[in-house]
Design a protein around this ligand. Structure first.
Ligand SMILES: [Zn+2]
Length: 103
């Protein structure tokens, strides 16, 4: 479940930012940044089935419109799921060798 090297910001970080934005932690100033990240990460979000819903939601928030709570909760829940998937995929791919390298 990796999205390759098509963008510098990791998918997980993009999603974390989107999540914070939707959660109201980022002010309106963060809107452009979030949208930028969404553009960067569009192909991966599409893969996760999130692109359309997230863009719609962020678009509404950017215009200071009140997004339906139901939709927001749904998208935020999905973001949590996808973040979990990305995290476990990364753990499988590159396990941190906490035991240290063999001598
Ligand atoms: Zn991505």
């Amino acid at each position: 479940m990796s999205c390759g090297d098509h963008h510098e910001t990791s998918c997980e970080e993009v999603l974390a930012r989107v999540y914070s934005y939707l959660d109201g932690e980022l002010d309106q100033g963060g809107c452009g940044e979030v949208r930028e990240h969404l553009d960067e990460c569009g192909p991966c979000l599409r893969e996760y089935g999130l692109e359309e819903a997230v863009k719609k939601l962020v678009g509404k928030c950017c215009q200071a419109e009140h997004a339906p709570d139901e939709l927001r909760a749904k998208v935020m829940g999905r973001i949590e799921e996808v973040c979990g998937e990305i995290r476990s995929a990364e753990t499988e791919k590159a396990p941190e060798s906490s035991a240290g390298p063999p001598a």
